[in-house]
Design a protein around this ligand. Sequence first.
Ligand SMILES: N=[N+]=NCCCCNC(=O)[C@@H]1[C@H]2[C@H](O)[C@@H](O)[C@H](O)[C@@H](CO)[C@@H]12
Length: 453
Amino acid sequence: MIFPEDFVWGAATASYQIEGAVKEDGRGQSIWDTFSHTPGKVVDGDTGDVACDHYHRYKDDIGLMRELRLGAYRFSIAWPRIQPDGAGPVNPRGLAFYDKLVDELLAAEISPYATLYHWDLPQALEDRGGWTNRDTAYRFADYAAAVHDRLGDRVHTWATLNEPWVSAYLGYGNGVHAPGRRDPAEAMRSAHHLLLGHGLAARRLRPGTVMLVVNSAPVLTPAQVGDPSAVPSEADAAAVHRIHALLTRQFLDPAVHGTYPAEVLEAAARNGGTEHIRDGDLALINAPIDLIGINYYNPCVVESGPGLPADAAWPGSEDVRFAAADAPTTAMGWPIVPDGLSRLLIRLSHDYPEVGLMVTENGAAFDDVVENGRVHDADRLAYLDGHLREVWRAVQAGADLRGYLVWSLLDNFEWAEGYRRRFGIVHVDYPTQTRVLKDSALWYRDVIARNGL
Ligand SMILES: N=[N+]=NCCCCNC(=O)[C@@H]1[C@H]2[C@H](O)[C@@H](O)[C@H](O)[C@@H](CO)[C@@H]12
C-alpha cells in the first residue's frame, strides 16, 4: 500500500500537554493551569506544570522527529505565552520560543504546522466569560494576527482551533475539561463564538494554508459497527442523523458552507435561545479555508432511546442513547474500529468536496512497559497499522487526503486523565525526562521511509 508521492507524514502535540515551564518568560495563566490545580479535576492531581519539559528540551525532541524522518510536525502555540492576559501587547519572550522552535524545525527539514488554539485559553479572558463572551472571538483573531505577523514567513500551514466541540461541550457543557462549567446554553454559545473566532482569524492567516481541526467520527448504530450494510430502524437512523449534526455538521457546515444544521438551531432554541447568533455571523464564520483537519479515534455509537437527561455535553440529544461498540478497546475505553476512519473520510470528502482533508490526529493509549531500554507496544502498533490501511483505502476511494499526523509524538499530559494515559510513539519517563522510541515509532519511521505499508 503506497501513498501518493506528496502525502505528508507527521506527528502532533499540543502546548499545555508537553511544554511545562508554565511560569517562564512571562507566560500568563491559562484555564488549564487553573483547572489542573483544582483538586479532583485531574487524575492523581496531575498538572501541566512540567509535563515533558519540552520548553527546554525542544531541540532534542526535534532531533527525535528528524530521526523518524517526519515531514511535518503539528504543535500548538500557547496563547498565554504570546499575550499573558489574552489581549494587548505581545510578550516578546513568549513569541521568541516559537520563533526558535520554527527555525529548529526548518533546519531539520520538518514543516511546522501551527495550531493557534489547543484549549489553553488565558485565564484573564475566562474571568470575563471566556468563550461564552463574544469578545473572546475578536481577541482570538488579534492573537492569531500577532503570531502570523511574526511567524508567517516560515509557517505556512495554520490550524485556527483544535476540536471546538471539545472546547465547548466538555469545557462549558459537562465540565470534564477546563474551565469546568456545566451549562448547555453556555456550551452552545461557546461553540458559536469559537466558530466566530475561527472565521475572524482565518482571514488574518493568509497567504498561509488554513485549516479547522475537528474531532469527528462516523455515527453508527451498534449493528452498523461491524456491518456497514446493516439497515437501521427509522428511529435509530434519526438518532444517527441528529448526533452527526451535533458532533460534526455543527462545525463544518458553518465553516465550509456558511449554514447551521436545523438540528443545531433547534437545540440552541431549547437551550438558552439563539440571540447569540447575530445577522452576518455565518458569513464571518464561512471564511475560505483550504483543509479540514480530522482527529479520529473511534466511531460514535448511538441508537434511539432515553437520552442522558442532564448530559450537558450533548444538548439536543434527549432521545438518543449512546451505546457501546462490540469491539476491543484502548486504555481510554475507546472502541478500536479502524474502518470507521475510512468510512468517515469518504463521507466527509463527499459532504465537503470544496476542501481537502488531513488526518491531524489518530492514535491510541495503551499501558507501556520499558524493558531493556525498549517499549514493545504491539497494541499501539497494530492500532496505527490498521488505521493507516483505512487511510490508504480512503485515498483509493478518491478522498482528497493530504496527510496523516499521528497522535502523539510524545507521551504527554492527557487532560483529565493526567499522565497515566500514554498516547506517544515515544515513551517519556517523567521523573528523568528520558525519551525512548517505542516499537511503534521505529515502525512509523519505516512507513515514512517507504511512503506506505
Ligand atoms: N463525550 N465525548 N466525547 C469525548 C471525545 C473526546 C475526544 N478526544 C479527543 O479527540 C482528544 C484529542 C485532543 O486534540 C488531544 O489533545 C488529546 O490528547 C487526544 C487524546 O484524548 C484527543
